[in-house]
Design a protein around this ligand. Structure first.
Ligand SMILES: Cc1cc2nc3c(=O)[nH]c(=O)nc-3n(C[C@H](O)[C@H](O)[C@H](O)COP(=O)(O)O)c2cc1C
Length: 319
């Protein structure tokens, strides 16, 4: 579907599958083949780094990787190479695409030869990027799609993560959290400052300890208790799967499992159960945290109830 839609466009477009190892290209349109000279069948299945070469700016590459990894929209200009070896300035616009469960599935790249673009041309590329889909629905989607709410809350959760991390960074402690490059040198100190920031947070915040068998929760905030009905003495020491039940989506559980295993961030929508037995839709972001040796030392979960007043406010504020 995505591939067919890009075919009609005059701009060079590639689509990378964020679930495939190495974020492989799954689609490239005819305009891409014309711009780069690479035959489409030669690029499918490869990571885009084959377009880089000796003059490619490493800080620009880092910005691209950051945008792709953190599902951020972005525009980066960098030196790339065509199939015949000639260099060109590539104005690369990136657009993340999520599925109807809020799971990050694809990254779309729009490539342009910056040397051929005047101001109007650049604006046109940006307009095109904004028109690209940010949601992609799969036939097997278990829950009806609610694209704007999911997208808005993902943005909200990202902002919340950034705020929590900024508190930490301001106090001189670094955390590798989403796009943040620093890592905590003292895990106990990080934990104390993180939980101090999360206590009054309006969203559910939970932290687990993956070094303990079963990855049990070691912290939940008041909003988690309010949303789920579970107090600290009932939730701590247990794996958070106690919130799942018969209607919880197995696909979402698999994504979480993979995220913890690979220490990469994920965002899923999952049907969860309160202590009372009531069902709610949980937009869950899981962010693994690495210690100064690069080892996984904590997983932070951010829980947002999709039908809550907070979610509705976030939805309305997005207009
Ligand atoms: C910090 C953290 C918070 C989590 N929060 C939730 C949650 O709110 N709802 C949920 O269904 N699963 C949540 N999980 C996922 C489960 O704990 C578990 O990792 C998932 O079910 C996959 O593992 P399993 O297949 O062994 O159950 C969370 C996991 C972590 C690490």
């Amino acid at each position: 579907m995505l591939a067919e839609a890009t075919e009609a466009l005059p701009h060079a477009i590639i689509v990378a599958d964020m679930h495939a190892p190495g974020a492989r290209i799954v689609a490239a349109n005819e305009a891409f083949a014309q711009l780069t000279g690479h035959a489409r069948e030669d690029v499918i299945g490869r990571n885009c780094r084959f377009m880089q070469g000796p003059q490619t700016e490493q800080d620009a590459v880092r910005r691209v990787v950051e945008s792709v990894r953190c599902a951020r929209q972005g525009q980066v200009e960098l030196t790339n190479y065509k199939a015949d070896g000639t260099a060109f300035r590539n104005l690369l616009s990136l657009q993340p695409v999520h599925d109807s469960n809020g799971v990050y599935r694809y990254s779309i790249g729009v490539l342009s030869d910056a040397a051929t673009l005047d101001e109007g041309g650049r604006e046109e590329v940006e307009r095109l990027r904004r028109l690209l889909p940010t949601q992609h629905y799969f036939g097997s989607s278990v829950v009806p799609p609610r694209p704007l709410v999911v997208e808005t809350l993902m943005r909200e959760s990202e902002a919340m993560h950034q705020k929590l991390v900024s508190n930490d960074a301001r106090e001189g402690r670094g955390v590798r959290f989403g796009g943040w490059a620093n890592i905590p040198s003292d895990v106990a100190e990080w934990h104390a400052s993180m939980t101090a920031g999360a206590d009054g947070c309006p969203f559910g915040v939970s932290i687990s300890d993956p070094k303990q068998p079963g990855n049990p929760l070691v912290y939940i905030n008041a909003a988690f208790t309010k949303m789920t009905g579970y107090r600290g003495d009932e939730a701590l020491g247990r794996n958070c799967r106690f919130l799942q039940g018969p209607d919880s989506e197995t696909g979402a559980v698999e994504v979480i499992k993979e995220s913890v295993r690979q220490a990469s961030r994920c965002c899923v929508r999952i049907t969860n159960y309160r202590k009372s037995g009531g069902v709610f839709q949980n937009l869950l972001v899981i962010q693994p945290v690495l210690d100064s040796t690069g080892e996984l030392c904590a997983c932070v979960g951010l829980q947002l109830e999709l039908d809550s007043k907070l979610a509705c406010e976030a939805f309305h504020n997005s207009f």
